[in-house]
Design a protein around this ligand. Structure first.
Ligand SMILES: Nc1ncnc2c1ncn2[C@@H]1O[C@H](COP(=O)(O)OP(=O)(O)OP(=O)(O)O)[C@@H](O)[C@H]1O
Length: 215
């Protein structure tokens, strides 16, 4: 059996045995480290296997964004109430807007029989560690701050100001990411194909382990 077909079979088996979705994957890493690119490739290769949890936000929808698909658009009052009722795994504030991942959003993916993938910052990781989610924690590390700067400049999404802020945050995030025990695996994204293969191998081998334990 090829690794791809084994992977598909394996996940279905795990779902049936545990009566709930397999453990989610939480990816973390500095802005520009390559999380979105790695996740995109994983979704392209295994379109039926992984699902992204839909985050909540209090910001206004941008053109083309659909409620429930790109985000769950909500109000500050409503989101605050839900946070008080412990309905969120993690929340953060960026540019005055609230963002967060609800427990329901993860369950929706799991109930569809998929592995839930989350992309969160270090603050989110610390909050998720206080929850009962029990995911695999994956840190994506850039080869160096200089290379990170190069990639962020090439991406052309940042102003000089946001770039400098992202680089400053990146230093503390890398320190947290490299601290033993904080993550199940640290993947250095120097060569993209190599980093992707490492991610895939980690996911497959951990699901294999789960199957051995439960069968
Ligand atoms: N191994 C690599 N070598 C060269 N460029 C890469 C590599 N991996 C990713 N990139 C490029 O680096 C840029 C940043 O990657 P990406 O947008 O995936 O980062 P991110 O961690 O998701 O950032 P953010 O948290 O800001 O969304 C992109 O333009 C991507 O194409």
């Amino acid at each position: 059996m090829t690794s791809v077909s084994y992977f598909r079979t394996l996940i279905l088996g795990t779902c049936n045995m545990l009566h709930k979705g397999p453990r989610p994957l939480v990816l973390c890493g500095p802005s520009g480290s390559g999380k979105s690119t790695l996740i995109k490739k994983l979704f392209e290769e295994f379109p039926d296997t992984f699902g992204y949890s839909v985050s909540h936000t209090t910001r206004s929808p941008r053109e083309g964004e659909e409620n429930g698909k790109h985000y769950h658009f909500t109000t500050k009052d409503k989101m605050q109430k839900q946070i008080e009722q412990n309905e969120f795994l993690e929340t953060a504030v960026y540019s005055g807007n609230m963002y967060g991942t609800s427990k329901r959003a993860v369950e929706d993916v799991q109930e569809a029989g998929k592995i839930c993938v989350l992309d969160v910052d270090v603050q989110g990781i610390k909050q998720i560690k206080q929850s009962s989610l029990d995911p695999f924690y994956i840190f994506i590390k850039p080869p160096s701050i200089e290379e990170l700067e190069k990639r962020l400049r090439a991406r052309k999404t940042e102003t000089e100001d946001t770039l400098q802020r992202r680089l400053a945050v990146a230093r503390t995030e890398i320190e947290y990411g490299e601290k033993p025990g904080n993550f199940d695996i640290v993947i250095e994204n120097d060569n993209f194909s190599k980093a992707y293969e490492e991610l895939k191998k980690f996911v497959i081998s951990n699901l294999k382990q789960g199957e051995t334990v439960t069968s």
